[in-house]
Design a protein around this ligand. Structure first.
Ligand code: IVH
Length: 691
């Protein structure tokens, strides 16, 4: 309309600066500074202005990050100085040797190092001419890389224009920033979820996903993959006030130009501090938002770096101290079925032993039948195995390119390999289960191990080897049999001296004094974990009350719904289970019981809903009908006669025999005021979202 072009170009410039500043806070610092909607508004305004005045569009505008068309192949870019690799170390001894070499090379007693995590992504080089991002390349062979400029432009944490000092003369006329492109773990999970939904190939790890995304010929795809960039150094640099003294000052400078740099970077002195830093980073590894595979140490003083120089293709002044690899490739020689406590039949890969994640691994979980299909795992394949931290090792992928000709498909057995019972897979479930129940030795062993585990009955020393022997030689069949064991029965087992047999008997004896919550948990009722067991113990206060509880009262327990309630009913409906419980009690297991919160309506436990009321006598204000209506409005029930199931008896004047019954059965008696209070409490409970 009446916009003056000069006015417009000022506004465009202003918008670009504001948007890039928000981009920086959002993508590089993870601290958004404005709501998304406001950002979108600015972005749209800029887009509209650029559409109306196309001659004002420049390559460094934030609107121009995406929008390039697919290309046929990548051009090559020759690095002006080669992108080298780093010497590796795994052991502390090797780090000590590195520090010794550095000190000798420099003729000093101690050296300061700039230290940071080793990003597990892809090295790239970004070239800025007069502050404008011109070209970006992969490392390639170190000398020649691929021109992935268009893809790198879509990486929001890469500045398209450097934030230089107002004195333009101070900015470098040419600056090559080097760093790593990676995918955050969270974005990787999301990407793989999408791939699964689209029934497309999943990526093995964030590194592969980042590599695949950066080397897309269509930058539109790269843009959707949400890559991140972290700077760790510079290559060629011409002009400008770039620090030339210390590595850490260089990183601070790059940060001031709005490049993301590792938050965990630091400077340390001497080898002991290097090793301490390595330990610290290793401890935070699982919690970092991106994958790392070690730490990198660089002599901090740049003049010292220069003095040390290079050996073959690696600098003498730097070292990569790597964590043991979390992935390895090995041969899958077979697939066994492991039967769990609830009968779940888990396929487990038997592997040719392989050192991964700091340990030798011979088994890895394959989760279930569908996973095997999805990953197309066959017996005889070469597979990638992953062991990260405390997680159970798993098969992540198959090396399909060189699949041996004689591989065999896996077939889920239709019978339990341990007890021969039928195996079933319910519709909608991923797991196949053995139907043998406690007839199945595998389930029995797992039930006993669970019973004895630390958070259950805590029988120290009763491990899986011992339980295997005890069950296999028919010395015990159920947890109750543990309490019939004597030293003699144990002492002649393999690897069992009299002393350790005595220790186990003592541990079994000690376990007899327990709590109701632990006892309930130790029974191994399906869907009843520690927390639920504790709630059940609190609510019912006694094992008998729990065993007798119907669906309705089970559903009154906090956080228990119909599925869990049904598992509990099913468990106590099984005669075998009742027998074992009887024997356990006879064996001397004991715990304290109390009335439970179920009976104590005044203990703050949510009241009316689902409760059973009996009315007797004449209430001062409410008619019987009024009282019934109020109770039912809150989900309570009014019945005619008092029984053990009655929760409350509401008594007015001249109550009848129902009153006496209530006293006899210990049922809570309320007057009209008490009833109204209770109903009021239930109402506020249901309003505040509690059941
Ligand atoms: S410094 C002279 N710092 O590790 C080479 N490299 O083996 C200077 N890497 O592919 C490299 N994180 O991309 C350096 N914080 C970090 C790093 C890092 C990952 C990669 C780098 C290169 C490999 C070197």
């Amino acid at each position: 309309m009446s916009e003056h072009p000069e006015h417009v170009s000022r506004r465009i410039q202003e918008l670009r600066e504001t948007i890039e500043l928000h981009n920086y806070h959002y993508y590089a610092r993870d601290t958004p500074t404005i709501p998304d909607a406001e950002y979108d508004k600015l972005f749209r305004e800029l887009q509209e202005l650029e559409q109306r005045y196309p001659h004002l569009v420049t390559a460094d505008s934030p609107t121009q990050r995406i929008g390039a068309v697919p290309i046929k192949e990548f051009a090559h870019i020759v690095h002006r100085t080669p992108m080298l690799s780093l010497g590796n170390a795994f052991e502390a001894e090797e780090v000590k040797a590195f520090d010794r070499r550095v000190r000798q090379g420099l003729g000093v007693d101690s050296v300061e190092y700039a230290v940071e995590p080793k990003f597990d992504g892809l090295a790239v080089s970004l070239c800025y001419e007069n502050g404008i991002f011109r070209t970006g390349a992969t490392r390639g062979d170190g000398y020649v890389g691929e021109d992935v400029t268009l893809n790198l432009r879509t990486v929001q944490s890469i500045p398209l224009q450097l934030k230089l000092d107002s004195h333009a003369a101070q900015g470098p006329s040419f600056l090559e920033v080097r760093g790593e492109v990676l995918m955050l773990k969270a974005d990787f999970e999301k990407l793989n979820r999408r791939q699964r939904e689209k029934k497309e190939r999943e990526f093995i790890n964030p590194r592969n996903a980042a590599a695949g995304s950066l080397r897309q010929l269509d930058p539109g795809i790269t843009a959707r993959r949400r890559l991140k960039f972290f700077a760790y150094g510079i290559g060629v640099c011409e002009g400008g006030n770039v620090p030339r003294d210390k590595q850490n000052h260089l990183l601070d400078y790059l940060e001031s130009l709005r490049f993301p740099v590792a938050r965990e970077r630091n400077t340390v002195t001497g080898v002991a501090e290097l090793l301490e830093y390595h330990r610290e980073v290793r401890a935070m590894r699982e919690n970092l938002p991106y994958d790392i595979d070690g730490t990198v140490y660089k002599v901090n003083d740049l003049a010292q770096q220069q003095k040390l120089g290079f050996v073959s293709r690696a600098p003498r002044y730097a070292l990569a101290h790597k964590f043991p690899a979390q992935e390895a490739i090995t041969e899958l020689v077979g697939i066994d079925i492991q039967v769990g406590r609830t009968g779940a039949m888990t396929p487990v890969a038997r592997l040719k032993p392989v050192f991964v994640g700091g340990a030798t691994v011979t088994n890895a979980t394959l989760h279930n039948e569908d996973e095997i299909r999805r990953k197309d795992v066959m017996i005889g394949d070469w597979v990638t195995v992953r062991r990260a931290g405390d997680v159970i090792p798993e098969v992540v992928a198959v090396q399909k390119e060189n699949r041996p000709p004689q591989v065999m498909p896996f077939v889920m057995p239709d019978h339990c390999p341990v007890c021969g019972s039928k195996a079933v897979r319910l519709p909608g479930e991923a797991l196949t289960r053995c139907t043998g129940g406690l007839f199945c030795p595998a389930q029995r062993k797992q039930a006993i191990l669970h019973f004895a585990s630390r958070r259950a009955m805590d029988i120290n020393g009763l491990g899986d080897r011992l339980v295997d022997q005890l069950v296999d030689s028919a010395i015990i069949r159920t947890p109750a049999d543990l309490y019939k064991l004597g030293v003699a029965a144990l002492a002649h087992l393999q690897r069992m001296a009299e002393k350790s047999a005595g220790n186990i008997i003592a541990a079994i004896e000690k376990s007899k004094h327990t709590t109701l919550a632990r006892f309930i948990y130790s029974l191994g009722i399906r869907n009843v974990g520690e927390t639920t067991a504790r709630e059940l113990a609190r609510y019912f206060g006694s094992l008998d009350r729990l065993m007798e509880a119907d669906m309705e009262s089970l559903c009154q327990v906090p956080d228990i719904g119909p599925v869990v309630a049904e598992s509990i009913r099913d468990f106590f409906a099984e005669r075998h289970n009742l027998e074992v419980i009887e024997q356990l009690r006879a064996g001397g297991i004991q715990w304290k019981e109390d009335a439970g919160t179920q009976a104590k309506a005044d203990s703050g436990f949510p009241a009316g809903a689902g409760k059973i009321f009996v009315l007797t006598g004449t209430l001062p204000h409410l008619s019987r009908e009024d009282a019934r209506e109020k109770i039912e409005a809150l989900g309570g029930k009014v019945t005619g006669s008092v029984s053990k199931k009655t929760d409350y008896v509401v008594a007015g004047s001249d109550p009848g025999s129902k009153y006496d019954m209530a006293v006899e059965l210990g049922i809570r008696i309320l007057d009209e005021e008490g009833l109204l209070q209770l109903l009021k409490d239930s109402r506020s409970d249901s309003v505040s979202g509690k059941s």
